[in-house]
Ligand binder design. Structure first.
Ligand code: 15L
Length: 274
């Protein structure tokens, strides 16, 4: 795969995914520019630089984007929150990133979307086929709605300005599955890094929307769109099955497993999750 990013900006670099990915995305000849409102004190001076700021500060975003080849946009609220916060951080914040990309001639943006952009799709609707990576939005809350808006902003900036955009509909990207639903939705740290490398490669030119999951035995979300950009996941949440299924039966009658978004579909709209 040809790498298009020798200078890669990671917004939200101090968050869960940013922290997990930094060591996996560092490589010779690449500088990671880390952007976050929170302080990052453990930068690797050979491979990383830190710019402190918020995605809600347009000047700070523009300065962070200036001089990079690609943006991995992880910054934003990562679960349900108030409408005002969601609009300001996730929607305005993402639009600021795309505007800055246009202004500074950055040609590739990888946007962290989420399974919650399409959380109300069900296993029953998928039927015997895996659910496509680019199935139309059916958000399961304001957070999921903002991720659908992020995806649509990507489409707009691709069509208007030709920016290469990859929307990642991330399942559960953590060290290990966070719960039994994760047996289907997990994406391991190593696979998350593989997906991002694929999204930076020449095979991902254009506009793509793909699931962000590992090759889980229990997944019912399509691997085809990821494969089309060169993503070859290696890990399988099945290694955690015994542990999680000790106190849970695996059944698609369970609404947590039946709907893409699981429990997010029942969480009160606009109520902060943390
Ligand atoms: C997400 O979008 C969240 O950011 C993450 O915290 C998890 O809840 C994940 O979805 C999931 O669905 O497991």
């Amino acid at each position: 795969m040809t790498d298009t990013a020798s200078r890669l900006l990671i917004t939200g670099a101090a968050g869960n995914m940013g922290e997990m990915l930094r060591p996996l995305l560092r490589k010779p000849g690449r500088t990671l520019r880390l952007f976050d409102i929170a302080d990052i004190t453990d930068t690797d001076p050979e491979h990383e630089e830190f710019v402190q700021g918020s995605v809600t500060d347009r000047a700070a975003v523009a300065a962070a984007v200036d001089g990079v080849d690609a943006v991995l946009h992880l910054g934003g609220l990562s679960t349900e929150d108030s409408w005002e916060n969601i609009l300001s951080v996730n929607v305005d914040g993402t639009q600021a990133v795309f505007e800055a990309a246009v202004a500074h001639g950055v040609t590739r943006v990888i946007a962290a979307s989420s399974n919650h952009a399409v959380g109300f799709w069900t296993h029953a609707e998928a039927g015997s086929n895996p659910l496509p990576g680019d199935v139309p939005p059916r958000p399961d809350g304001f957070y999921g709605w903002s991720k659908a808006a992020v995806e649509a902003l990507g489409r707009l900036y691709h069509d208007r300005f030709g920016i290469d955009v990859v929307n990642l509909r991330i399942g559960s990207s953590f060290d290990r599955p966070p719960n039994y639903r994760g047996l289907a939705s997990w994406m391991s740290p190593a696979d998350t890094a593989r997906l991002i490398e694929a999204a930076l490669s020449d095979s991902a030119k254009g506009f793509h929307t793909v699931w962000g999951i590992s090759r889980n035995t229990r997944s019912w979300w399509s691997a085809a769109e990821g494969a089309a950009i060169g993503y070859e996941p290696q890990d399988d949440a099945e290694v955690f099955a015994d542990e999680f299924l000790a106190d849970h039966e695996w059944s698609f009658d369970d609404p947590i497993l039946q709907r893409v978004g699981g429990a997010f579909c029942d969480h009160p709209l606009g109520q902060r999750m943390r």
